[in-house]
Ligand binder design. Sequence first.
Ligand SMILES: [Zn+2]
Ligand SMILES: [Zn+2]
Length: 344
Amino acid sequence: MRAAILEHFGGPDNFIVGEVPRPVPGVDQILVKVAACGVCGHDLLNRAGHFPHSRLPLVPGHEIAGTVVDTGLSVKRFKAGDRVALIQRIPCGLCALCRSGRENICVSGPGFYGEEISGGYGDYVIASERNAVGVPDNIPLKIAAVLSCAIGTGFHALRRAMLGLGDSVLITGASGGVGIHTVKLAKLMGLKTIAVTSAEDKREKLVAAGADEIVISPGYQFHKQIREVTGGDGVDAVIEITGSPTFASSIRSVKAGGRVMLVGNVEPGNVPLNPAMAILKEISLIGSGHATLADLQKVVELVATNQIQPEIAATIPRDKVSDAHRLMEERKTSGRVVLIHEDT
Ligand SMILES: [Zn+2]
Ligand SMILES: [Zn+2]
């Protein structure tokens, strides 16, 4: 099959488009012809060589939608021709995490697309009944590609943040692919939604997404403004999507007893934390990874019934993957950049 292949870690021009072996599905797996694959901040870090599980040469891409073309003998829920979206990893289905509905953090299965297993920058991927959800005909596959990561990540974090109707939530990196959809989901949940973004020209999109308050903070120091717009208390929860640059201000933005959900980290590295801040205010720091299969199923329903409108910033042919990575690195986009495979 053809694929955008990374042979050396480095810059956006390191991809070459060429031939690699087509993956062969096991007895409990399906073969999916990829129609579209979202490009994620995670992909940029992977390309630069920040992930220990990635082995070169690799085919990146974990935001995958496509059509089933082959099924293993024991597969019951899918048949050739079915349209599917996938969560970012194939879990084992048997470990304690999988059995408690936390297959998103399973480390016993085949693994994560674009790291342990060949990803959606290739023409085909393997999947299983444990990571695939059927996509109804009213959702185009280029939209379906963004459901699990760009929408599902915020869905998962908001679910884990245990917020109630009328609670307040601060979302950092609010104009990015995950951020803009988290704003929309927060509004759908009836939360007072405060969006932090880096530049004035991103305000309009955040207003359209439904943010109640928009804080423009190019210098990542926003906690005083957050206290002002929350009557001095701070927010019930922060969905921290930017990571190390915004962390210090996020901690100061949350009210006593609140939660900081650690979702993204655009610049790998450590964050400053004075334990007293968390102790005296009993702030919970909660890591939140990617969507579970149940999360993705819900997101498909929300999009199919038009309760959440996905934001696609650009669609780019798969063979022009370097352009897509450059566009992402310039951080001038709102919403998701999606790679489209040739004949879709
Ligand atoms: Zn992603
Ligand atoms: Zn497992």
